[in-house]
Design a protein around this ligand. Sequence first.
Ligand code: PEP
Ligand code: MG
Length: 758
Amino acid sequence: MTLSAAASAREILTRLHDVMASRSAAQAKLNSVVNIIGEALHSEVCSIYLLREGVLELFATRGLAQEAVHVTKLALGEGLVGTIAEDVETLNLDEAAAHPDFAYRPETGEEAFHSFAGVPIIRKERAVGVLAVQHAESRKYEGVEIEALQTVAMVLSELIANAGLVDEAGGGSARVQSTATARVTGFKLVDGMAVGAAVFHQPRITIEHTVAEDTEAERHRVYAAFDKMREQIDRMTSQAEFGVGGEHEEILETYKMFAYDEGWGRRINEAIDSGLTAEAAIERVQQRTRMRMREIDDPLLRDRMHDLEDLSNRLLRIVSGQLGTAAQMGLRQDSILIARNLGPAELLEYDRRRLKGVVLEEGSLTAHVTIVARAMGVPVLGRVKDIRRLIAEGDRLLLDVSEDTLVIRPTSAMEEAFEAKLLVTQKRRAAFAALKGEVPVTKDGQRITVMVNAGLRDDVAALDLTGADGIGLFRTEFQFLISATLPQREGQRRLYRDVLDAAGDRPVTFRTVDIGGDKALPYLDHDENGDEENPAMGWRALRLALDREGLMKVQARALLEAAAGRTLSVMFPMVSEPWEFDEARTLFESQRTWLEARGHKLPLHVRYGAMLEVPALAEVLDILLPKLDFLSIGTNDLTQFLFAADRAHPRLAVRYDWLSPSILRFLRRVTAEANAAGVPIAVCGEMGGRPLEAMALIGLGIDRLSITPAAVGPIKAMVRSLDRAAVTQAMAQLLAKPPANLRSALRDWAEAQQVELA
Ligand code: PEP
Ligand code: MG
């Protein structure tokens, strides 16, 4: 924008500022606005159309017939005004009637005008109205005039939002659809259905004030924000130098390039010159870039655009001081959370009563955030592309993970169909819940122990709801993940005791902390905790606990005290060699002696187990098994190590199948050895919660499963319809000479045998 353009926008803005500050009614303000703009741009006509009840209504005009106000209405996509709103794009025409979308409205008397320019009035990246000017003579408006119009449109969006004149996205039940319905697909991470309003984990900033009181002050705010942002980016880049490979580095370099781009800073400065606040200026420049970029059909550039959006949002957050995530601000209604990706701790920060579903751009089946969501009973759809572009904050969403779909801004017919399906699913769930009193016994009389995985205090309720046999895996690190500081012994002891109390005489197996990997703790030293190239194979779980004896001792004491007078079952994660198990056990025993010497009441009995997650351990079972009271296979980690495939990698999420000969043969061997040694063996990974997989495991000799609570009903139903001898024989045959597709062969077998697979 040239200086004169900035000056002319500024003049308009100064006058608009007075109008907005006045106490007159919204309609009177709009009437003044069209006069000010018309005069300033020497246009015979200036009109404002606003989106109300899904259509664009002429709200104020100078130059068109006044009788047309509140009478002329255009649908989205209809006429020039409707096209501008639908495409969120500017039109600048010397001959309006010659445009293919032109729709003539006789009541307006607009036939007298030839040239036409219109800009969308944008709120939350969506058009909520159109500001248009028209001229009798046939000429295109100049670039600077269009710039001025766009700047004014920004200010108008503040005015009309404050006055509540338009359909606000997500403005409660009375909300009227403002743009089209869309359906997107993704990848099933946690099954289920949910209805709610879209909430961005990193919310977009809403700009409260657009017109500056003091231009110099605004300029300083932007300078300071730029400094802070550059500092952040520099820190990110320098930290990433350690062990971070090509792609990541390239992204950061581009970030850096944008962050230091002088053109960007200059454009924001010019927007401030025109009278905008710092926030509005950043957004104004971003809108302009967005519009330009949209015309370029180049995926690479589109990616860069994403970076620029990220940076622009970062700058906006800094300047506006709105720094938190949606969790910190609190959910106000039933919500579906949208994020690129999330850590388990970030997810746990949300209010469980209002968080109904999660949609991720990335995500994988056994990433801990997925496991946490499963434990919370929150459906998750992963790997949905472009969600940020398609969804606006507050949009109504229907999430149906069973169909891998997300419907954005549904029609009422879609809502009805969804409700109907939800009802059927709830009935099915009720049917499974009715199984809670039924015992999981195969048709030929083999009792299968079905336990649940848990990690939060509330999870123990699942025992009564599902009728499970106990808790086969209590992930103690969840308590560490949800607190801002390292949990103290007293806090830990209280949780463990509550869990044991709630379980009554049903057994509970506590797993000592498995932190590290994708469960990094913000309060552990960065050096020791972060920046690992392969965190899943890094300093985590028992490895970390044995090095940080203090942490393990506190937990040991808390567990021993909590289980006073009962049996304590404890197991260690990521045991890789037998001596690690020995050390962990010795540490617990020394704490037992310590407590005993001080007269504390102790558990009647302590059972020690190991998790088999690292394949190397399978080669030394002859050494390990005699030391164990039980063994539990963590198939989530085990498969990632067997296949050398990161369990959290979105691209690898479906590449390797649990029902592959390599995994099943491996599990068969381990199971046979444990059974021969008389050591109880269980599977506690996600695999055991899937009916077809669980059926295969039973066929391998596994008769103890610890699974996600929602799976207990379906697994019980499967067990009760299964003949164990028959599945054992089928597995022996299938693994002797595996077919190309073992999964479909197993499914065919199950169907032929009428095994219930939910
Ligand atoms: C596993 O790895 O299978 C397991 C049960 O532990 P986690 O998922 O917590 O790593
Ligand atoms: Mg594990």
